[in-house]
Design a protein around this ligand. Structure first.
Ligand code: BDR
Ligand code: CA
Length: 303
């Protein structure tokens, strides 16, 4: 079983990624950590609780940072709705949240694990950067960091920057250059990680969890869900752990612009014109049919 920690800002595609990860028998989710991203930290934490309650999991949950390291915080509630997970009537959660900041909780969890841990980040990288800079001793126990973030095809917040990196570019730069193995899924593949209208209609019929996810999906992008399909950005990271051959990869050097109008933009030196160094493994292609088949199969196995 691969031991993982997921740092997340649920968020609709986060909710879908968490649903799959928490229930797949090949993964052991040691804890969830929440960050301000799609919506503020209170909402992302409440939403993580709701998903854990829904699946009756006792996975520890810790709250992380409510603000990026340096930049002013901006959310993505125009895509994910005011609370980040509108559309399904989750009961109010009484669940306990760990008292420590999630950077501290992650450190403790990683150091006490007997196996190495993989860190999955599907929100801004604030907590991950704090973890690695406050507790560099965890690095020996981290197998890999798998990130949803960045773009080599233009942005989704402006013409250039992807949301998770744009919110906290300094944190992203720290994590990418941590010296640890980093695998990164940017918009080049995640905008093609689509569920079609037919897939989404089918998901509704796949049991209680399918119905729940269908209700959330119906509120994605203000309900405009039937364009070319729904982008399942965050699920790519979980799919990678279980079915890595669905994607193609290239080792490359990735740099993050930290300020000015290009802040949060990622530049990949894909043709090695800038340096021979390589700090990430970048996903560059996706088998779209295999991806959607895999996602629907995983959702069909949920409750
Ligand atoms: C990323 O931003 C969020 O809105 C999604 O949950 C995903 O993590 C895509 O840019
Ligand atoms: Ca996310």
């Amino acid at each position: 079983k691969r031991k993982i920690i997921i740092d997340t800002d649920p968020g609709i595609d986060d909710a879908a990624a968490l649903s799959i990860a928490l229930n797949n028998p090949e993964l052991e989710v040691l804890m969830l950590s929440t960050v301000a991203g799609n919506v503020n930290l209170d909402y992302t934490t409440e939403n993580a609780k709701k998903i854990l309650d829904f699946f009756e999991k006792d996975t520890p949950l810790a709250r992380g940072n409510s603000l990026p390291l340096l930049r002013e915080y901006e959310d993505a509630s125009q895509f994910h709705g005011e609370t980040g997970m509108n559309g399904y009537d989750f009961p109010t959660s009484e669940r306990h949240v760990l008292p420590q900041h999630s950077a501290v909780a992650m450190k403790e969890m990683i150091l006490k694990s007997k196996d190495k841990v993989t860190l999955i980040t599907i929100g801004p990288l604030t907590n991950a950067a704090l973890l690695l800079s406050m507790y560099p001793e965890v690095k020996d126990k981290i197998e890999e960091i798998v990130i949803m973030g960045g773009s080599t095809i233009g942005g989704n917040t402006n013409t250039a920057a992807e949301f998770n990196i744009k919110v906290d570019p300094h944190a992203a730069q720290m994590v990418i250059n941590s010296g640890l193995p980093v695998t990164i899924f940017g918009l080049r593949v995640t905008t093609r990680a689509l569920l079609s209208k037919a897939d989404i209609e089918k998901i509704k019929e796949l049991g209680e969890a399918g119905e729940m996810l269908h209700s959330l999906f119906s509120h994605y992008r203000g309900g405009d869900i039937y364009g070319p399909g729904l982008m399942m950005h965050d699920i790519c990271t979980i799919c990678y752990l279980l079915e890595p051959e669905i994607f193609d990869y290239q080792e490359t050097q990735l740099e993050v612009a930290l300020d000015g109008p290009a802040a949060g933009t990622t530049v990949a030196d894909l043709y090695s014109r800038y340096t021979e160094e390589k700090n990430v493994k970048l996903a560059v292609d996706i088998d779209q049919q295999k991806f959607r088949d895999w996602v629907t199969a995983e959702i069909s196995k949920l409750k």
